[in-house]
Write a protein that binds this ligand. Structure first.
Ligand code: PDD
Length: 286
């Protein structure tokens, strides 16, 4: 089965999908997106992803081109048209095609694009060993709660991590932890999980919410509060979370071991809880 994508009302093979060069997504990065993990052909936490899409659209003053019911139907359709039970569905909405002018065009139809790729979750060896991360200054804009397709800051930061053979760049702004270039970050200190609050400096991660819920339901002490750079650098454990990474332990930060240098006891608790939760949700959806 060749990869089938959706563009502005039609399904087509990926090679056939083209957008005009004046699309504001191309010219200005004027658009927002979502990434939904799909397990056993069931989209995970879809209502939450659609709620965040609405938040992002509101954040850039763009009307939602579809209702949640229409989005849901479309997402199930793209899943059915693509191979593989576990997929990663990507979709984006841009402000559409118009003569180049920074100000919003009037009466322009948004561009809607959706594709699905095989979902590649971390190999067990990586879960067992933990990953390497670097740190960097968070120099992105001040609307990081908007899942914008303008990802140049994130791309530069993630490339800095890749250049250092690291999985992620953990970011600090004004001496405090924000998130990482494409993940949220948790820290464990003295048996308590610390999570930076959801505000304009971080993307409200869907996985972040699941981790918060699992910690609360399983008696794992957790505080949502500002986390200082010093606390990160002296943490017993650090985790990165995202729809594709799920929950991963950070073994070394800037080449120094985090805690014992191996995934810590609370990671070994939360990781299986996350896997169980996923399986339970999928069984219910089936
Ligand atoms: N990124 N923070 C940033 C900056 C992100 O880009 C992501 C996810 C997250 C985690 O959000 P979630 O748990 O909802 O996946 C946090 C996606 C996967 C991406 O851009 O591909």
């Amino acid at each position: 089965m060749s990869e089938i994508v959706y563009l502005n009302g039609e399904f087509m093979p990926l090679e056939k999908a083209h957008i005009p060069v004046l699309d504001r997504g191309f010219i200005f990065g004027d658009g927002v997106y979502e990434v939904v993990p799909v397990y056993s052909r069931h989209p995970f936490r879809l209502p939450e992803h659609l709620k965040r899409l609405q938040h992002s659209l509101d954040g850039i003053r763009l009307a939602n081109p579809m209702s949640d019911t229409e989005w849901t139907r479309l997402i199930h359709d793209i899943i059915a048209r693509n191979a593989g039970d576990d997929q990663s569905v990507y979709f984006q909405v841009t402000r559409g095609v118009a003569k180049r002018d920074h100000a919003f065009p009037k009466n322009t139809k948004p561009t809607v694009f959706m594709m699905s790729n095989p979902l590649v979750t971390p190999a067990q060896a990586l879960v067992d060993s933990g990953v390497h991360c670097i740190t960097a200054t968070d120099y992105r804009w001040l609307k990081c709660d908007v899942k914008s397709v303008s990802l140049l800051g994130n791309c530069l930061l993630r490339q800095a991590a890749v250049d250092a053979d690291a999985v992620e760049a953990v970011l600090f702004r004004d001496g405090y932890l924000t998130e990482a270039s494409a993940s949220n970050v948790f820290v464990v200190k003295n048996g308590v999980v610390l999570a930076p609050p959801k505000n304009h400096l971080v993307l409200p991660g869907i996985t972040y919410d699941v981790v918060l819920e699992l910690a609360a339901a399983n008696g794992i002490p957790l505080e949502v509060r500002e986390v200082s750079e010093q606390e990160v650098r002296t943490a017993d454990e650090i985790w990165v979370t995202s729809s594709t990474k799920e929950v991963l332990a950070v073994a070394t930060l800037d080449e120094r071991p985090v805690g014992s240098g191996k995934p810590g006891p609370l990671f070994r608790k939360i990781h299986p809880l996350y896997q169980d939760f996923k399986r339970k949700v999928m069984r219910q959806a089936a």
